[in-house]
Design a protein around this ligand. Sequence first.
Ligand code: SF4
Length: 318
Amino acid sequence: MNNTLKINLKNMSLDEMISLANGLGKKRYTGRQLYKWIIVALNNFKSVDGTIKTVWEIDDNNYIESVLIPDNDRLTLCVSSQAGCPLGCSFCATGLNGFRRNLSSGEIYDQYLLTKSTLDSQTRITNIVFMGMGEPFLNYDNVMKAIEALTNELGASISAKKITVSTVGLIDGIYRLADELPGLKLAISLHSAIDDIRNKLIPIAKKFPLAKLKESAKYYAEKSGNRVSFEYLLIKNINDSLDDARALANFIRAIPCKINLITYNPVEGSKFQRPDEQKVSAFRDYLYPRAPAITLRKSRGVDISAACGQLAGHHNPK
Ligand code: SF4
């Protein structure tokens, strides 16, 4: 019988790798070298439209998606944290397709590493956003381990302040992030500042009412000294009225934040529609004098189904 214990090196943190090297009678340096070299390629193909969506095959015939978004001097990679998602938000293609499993830290980091390998040596990925498939706080430990590799000088060496973790509002995760890694940026997918509407869009929100979400957002902003980004997906006749804008203005009062408005992109099988331009403008104009910072984002990669709401699994990819 073969008693060999198999270890998946791709999922180990730097400390774990050094302990492994020490345990094998090797020096600390060997552990560091292993850490630097061990994360290896998955299969992938890509579709191009300025924005590049890549579909990665993972070992058990599942797939995940990442999106590379060039924007002037920034090159942002939107990564997935889960294959599918169990939260079933009603506007989200990932939610429609159910949940397969959490990604390992190596599978998260590979999305960066393999995307980088497709670029020329002068081109750097400047920002990482966890807005692909899945809710990052449901896979907290592996996401943080991947972030360790992304920020470590032996890994990708990307500054923590260029990394954004996006949640639909799991407040336990928000408090944990604020206490453990306040250097990261936090984005909260709000989509409505009225509990009844938000609960319909994001079923898990019933567990995390807006009053509690607001407290957690304030806590993060105080602890980190960063502004919270609130993502707001405008959907026709669901959350795009002036009453909705008023509720949003009230909600964000006293939270250091910025608001990213995104217009909904239709996905096959969805009952929702893109909002009228006129209502989008009225919504934005109402908020301008009442919000500290507000952006109306252009959807990217709509024709390759890489825009917000279109990934087979996604959070808020832009
Ligand atoms: S929006 Fe995010 S949390 Fe909701 S189902 Fe989609 S991937 Fe999951």
